[in-house]
Design a protein around this ligand. Structure first.
Ligand SMILES: Cc1cc2nc3c(=O)[nH]c(=O)nc-3n(C[C@H](O)[C@H](O)[C@H](O)COP(=O)(O)OP(=O)(O)OC[C@H]3O[C@@H](n4cnc5c(N)ncnc54)[C@H](O)[C@@H]3O)c2cc1C
Length: 489
């Protein structure tokens, strides 16, 4: 039975879909939002257990100020709710004896001038001599002078190729390798230099390490609350099974909760699942299908949620890396084949250090991660979890003594929660489409699909930046494209 007719249907209430639906409702479109889970947030969803509220894995965002996060809250007349922590980030890098040493970073204000004392501490912590500092200064100045046009020319240059123009010290290169892995979740020798420079500039000028009061996923739940106030309809636990097409024109969506009719569908389900499964290859020309099949996902993350009987970490976000643990293509292939390096790149967030209400008094939840292939069918998950356990205690001695209970998660959990596996080895990706050369900037797939009335929203099309910020950027851009399409048709 076909239920009501809508101007637009959004599939998925992730960081892309939820704000996009709210923006469309605000623009006056009669909009339906279909979500397979029982709440909004997608990969950044917040859940509750035993008095804790937390994300299923470490999530913190950026830029914080002058960001798409601030913009969506303002656009939807919501109070900010954005929060951060004075000691929001700590980095860990090993000294000559292999003991990890901390560099604590206090939260900079927007457009704060460079802090020479902090920069000197950073150089000392990375063991960089005067010649190395001069080369880093040259790299920083020349990169800072690039115009938007210059940056666009770097869509097909990898970050590693860009950095190889300089003679940077290994420890500084490793720092940027770690950033490639944590912010974009791709190997440093695949990341598009344009994407890195644009996003790093945003974060340097406007601070990173943002979190949301009540849990990161609250931002997206709040978007859906406003969406409903604006007259939008939401159906949770509704799985889109088919996007219906007649004569090259979208006609609606078939779900386990009924069939809904609309000439416009905006899919947050991922570009590959949308084309290859929900719509079906037969509705696209072969060249387009092949291009979609060739798209490369970001890497995946897997890790452990630790619940502690006492607070252990003071900071909001901790990242530990070494010259051996950041990933390039060779290292990521080895990890996928079960050949682990001596050390893992480890990072974690502590939700209650951003918002104390998120843990029972005197307790702490620590969400940890390391990088792995995006494959949801990996067979050696236990080896990853064992190595993470070992790394946590080695980098932060005494940590394991505080653990009351823990839960493991893998790329299979990520895929089951948010993205169907439609091609071998893909589905458990952390970000969505990888921000790698050939599919970033002007090479990124268009948010307008070659079927009338079909659009993509989220990290696979329409935006740039770090994870959730990219998805919200896409929501703004795609809502504008859809509004125009709606008016013209
Ligand atoms: C372990 C991990 C750590 C991360 N850490 C960070 C971080 O620190 N900072 C950051 O910014 N980002 C982080 N990310 C990435 C970020 O969460 C994603 O990039 C972002 O959520 C992508 O948003 P999206 O809207 O494109 O898609 P998703 O978040 O995947 O949302 C898609 C939505 O569509 C729904 N859906 C899919 N298919 C269907 C269907 N057939 N029917 C109905 N509904 C459907 C899903 O249930 C989901 O709600 C992390 C991700 C992971 C996995």
């Amino acid at each position: 039975m076909t239920k009501n007719r809508y101007d637009a249907i959004v599939i998925g209430a992730g960081p892309g879909g939820a704000p996009c639906a709210a923006l469309l409702a605000k623009k006056g479109l009669k909009t339906l939002l279909i979500e397979q889970n029982n709440r909004a947030g997608g990969k950044a969803m917040t859940v509750s257990k035993k008095g804790f509220r937390y994300e299923l894995w470490p999530v913190a965002g950026g830029p914080m100020y002058n960001s798409r996060f601030e913009e969506i809250l303002k656009e939807l007349d919501l109070e900010s709710g954005l929060t951060t922590h004075e000691q929001h980030v700590a980095l860990y890098y090993p000294d000559a004896q292999g003991a990890y040493q901390q560099l604590a970073m206090t939260r900079p204000e927007p457009d704060a001038p460079p802090n020479p004392e902090f920069m000197m501490n950073q150089m000392k912590w990375l063991g960089i001599d005067e010649a190395g500092m001069m080369e880093i200064a040259k790299f920083a100045v020349e990169t800072g002078e690039l115009t938007p046009y210059d940056i666009d020319q770097l869509d097909n240059v990898t970050l590693q190729e860009y950095l190889d123009r300089y003679n940077l010290p290994q420890s500084f290169f490793s720092l940027l390798g770690m950033q490639s892995n944590i912010v974009y979740v791709v190997p440093i020798d695949q990341l598009a230099a344009s994407e890195f420079i644009k996003t790093s500039r945003d974060m340097t000028q406007n601070s990173a390490g943002y979190y949301s009061k009540g849990g990161y996923g609250r931002l997206f739940e709040r978007c859906v609350e406003v969406f409903e106030k604006l007259g939008g309809e939401v159906v949770y636990q509704a799985r889109a099974e088919k996007i219906m097409v007649e004569d090259g024109q979208i006609t609606g969506v078939k779900t386990n909760k009924g069939t809904f009719s609309s000439p416009i569908v905006i899919s947050n389900a991922g570009i590959q699942p949308t084309v290859l499964k929900l719509v079906g290859e037969e509705h696209f020309d072969k060249g387009y299908v092949n291009r979609i099949k060739d798209l490369v996902p970001s890497l995946g993350l897997m890790g452990i949620r630790y619940f502690l009987n006492k607070p252990f970490f003071k900071e909001g976000f901790n990242m530990a890396f070494s010259d051996n643990s950041y990933l390039n293509t060779e290292r990521s292939l080895k990890i996928g084949a079960g050949e682990f390096p001596d050390e893992f790149l480890i990072f974690n967030t502590i939700p209650s250090n951003f918002d104390p209400e998120l843990a029972p008094p005197g307790k702490q939840c620590v969400l940890t991660s390391t990088l792995c292939p995006a494959d949801p069918d990996m067979e050696n998950n236990q080896a990853f979890w064992d190595k993470i356990d070992e790394s946590m205690d080695r980098i932060w001695p005494g940590f394991s003594e505080c653990v009351e209970f823990k839960e493991n998660y893998s790329t299979k959990h990520v895929s089951d929660l948010t993205r169907d596996q439609v091609l071998p080895g893909i589905g458990g990706e952390c970000i969505g489409l990888g921000q790698v050369v050939g599919q970033c900037g002007k090479y990124k797939p268009s948010a307008t699909a070659p079927v009338r009335g079909l659009f993509y929203v989220g990290c696979d099309a329409g935006g740039y930046g770090c994870g959730t910020h990219q998805a919200v950027d896409s929501a703004f851009n795609v809502a504008q494209i859809v509004e125009m399409y709606h008016q013209l048709h």
